[in-house]
Design a protein around this ligand. Structure first.
Ligand SMILES: Cc1cc2nc3c(=O)[nH]c(=O)nc-3n(C[C@H](O)[C@H](O)[C@H](O)COP(=O)(O)OP(=O)(O)OC[C@H]3O[C@@H](n4cnc5c(N)ncnc54)[C@H](O)[C@@H]3O)c2cc1C
Length: 384
């Protein structure tokens, strides 16, 4: 059973994160968006508050929270700024999450404290220019050499590829084995041969840094291989199961932000002698937005609750990510519509929710890929 509502401790997390987001993020949202500025200092500050090691146990200097708490954190940040929420989700779930779930004890002791406290910013590289949904079609390689591996290739669309201090990358160690020949390695800023490449100019999520990550004869010592050789793809799928919950949670924040600004606007805007929220057409839009947000929240909390209990949650994560991201897009679009012409202006927050929301149906697996995952898991259930 999903717990309905948050505990007192979780409510406190919600209040603290919400206050932080309102005070430290909200005043800069549009300035950072316009300048496509990635606020590294804010990330260091969030690290000090425990927001970059949400799921990391206290023994590695993390906050030691569970997945349900994590959903609450991301919803509150996403409600104020999708871009910052995206960075927090990628840092926690992907780079840090990969090390937390698959690295050995020595690797965890070496890398988790820096990531969890925000002294180091994390990146995670799976996607390549020629391989997105078909992640197993990657071309990057790691060649065995004395004492380690030489990595070559280009990762595409990588969050924090330039500012990241630590990156986990997935590369071919035996290309002929396809997905069974991929391994995961930890790159550290001290290593030569990897760097951030071209920074992408984006429609939304503009203050989240998205760039190529280029590896050129990058020597990685044996001790930085995560787990066994050739098990990287399987590890990545587990990481994405958790990551999708974070994108669902971020979607809740954007869907809620879009709803709230539409409600405020509709209460104030007057046409035909009354406020527009007195028209049934607007009331019904707001009602549907609120209902879909709540349905998305329940799916997301169920996935988070299962993940927290260590129960398989592949289908729940995919459903939550698929549904919540599409609700975010719908709510953001309806919010612009409720604002009329003003929704199309930069002076109102609706347009930014609209631009940011679209990434949610694409990143960490498109809606089509989520439907493929759900259908595959359903079929597995039939054959059981
Ligand atoms: C802002 C941003 C941040 C990102 N951050 C990261 C990151 O930190 N790390 C990382 O590794 N990646 C990251 N990504 C990459 C992201 O995960 C990919 O963009 C995504 O997985 C889709 O891959 P693609 O863009 O290559 O699209 P493609 O895979 O080329 O898909 C194009 C279209 O074809 C559809 N399609 C593909 N295959 C099928 C199929 N079998 N059946 C039906 N339809 C199909 C897709 O659904 C989509 O509609 C990021 C992307 C963006 C835009």
């Amino acid at each position: 059973m999903v717990e309905f509502g948050y505990s007192e401790d979780q409510q406190m997390i919600v209040e603290n994160v919400s206050k932080f987001a309102e005070e430290r993020i909200l005043p800069h949202v549009m300035e950072w968006d316009e300048a496509e500025f990635f606020p590294v200092d804010l990330f260091h500050e969030m690290g000090e508050l425990g927001l970059l090691g949400v799921l990391v146990p206290e023994e590695y200097e993390g906050s030691g929270y569970g997945y349900v708490d994590y959903v609450a954190v991301l919803e509150e940040i996403g409600r104020v700024c999708g871009s910052i929420g995206l960075g927090v989700a990628a840092h926690n779930s992907l780079c840090t999450g990969h090390i937390l779930q698959h690295a050995n004890e020595a690797q965890k002791r070496k890398y988790l404290p820096g990531l969890a406290t925000g002294r180091h910013i994390g990146a995670w590289g799976l996607t390549e220019p020629g391989s997105g949904s078909d992640a197993g079609g990657m071309l990057s390689t790691a060649k065995k050499v004395d004492g380690g591996w030489l990595l070559n290739g280009t990762k595409n669309f990588i969050t924090h590829a330039i500012s990241g201090d630590i990156a986990v990358v997935l590369v071919n160690t035996e290309p002929e084995l396809k997905t069974r020949g991929i391994s995961a390695f930890i790159l550290d800023k001290d290593m030569k041969g990897w760097s951030g490449g071209k920074k992408e100019k984006k429609v939304g999520m503009r203050s989240s840094e998205t760039a190529q990550l280029v590896m050129e004869d990058c020597f990685v010592p044996d001790e930085n291989l995560i787990g066994e050789v050739n098990e990287g793809f399987r590890q990545a799928m587990v990481v994405l199961d958790g990551g999708r919950i974070s994108i669902a949670a971020l979607s809740l924040g954007i869907a809620r932000g879009a709803l709230e600004c539409a409600q405020h606007y509709a209460a104030e805007r007057r046409q035909f002698g009354k406020s527009i929220d007195e028209f049934q057409a607007i009331k019904f839009k707001l009602a549907d937005m609120a209902m879909e947000l709540e349905a998305a929240r329940l799916l997301t909390l169920k996935a988070a609750y299962n993940k927290q209990r260590g129960v398989g949650q592949t289908i729940e994560s995919a459903m939550a990510k698929l549904y919540a991201s599409e609700v975010a897009v719908r709510n953001a679009e309806e919010s612009v519509q409720i604002h009329g012409g003003y929704g199309y202006l930069k002076e109102y927050p609706a347009e930014k929710f609209w631009r940011d929301s679209k990434l949610l149906t694409i990143g960490e697996g498109t809606s089509e890929v989520q439907r493929m995952v759900v259908a595959r898991e359903l079929k597995k259930g039939l054959n059981r």
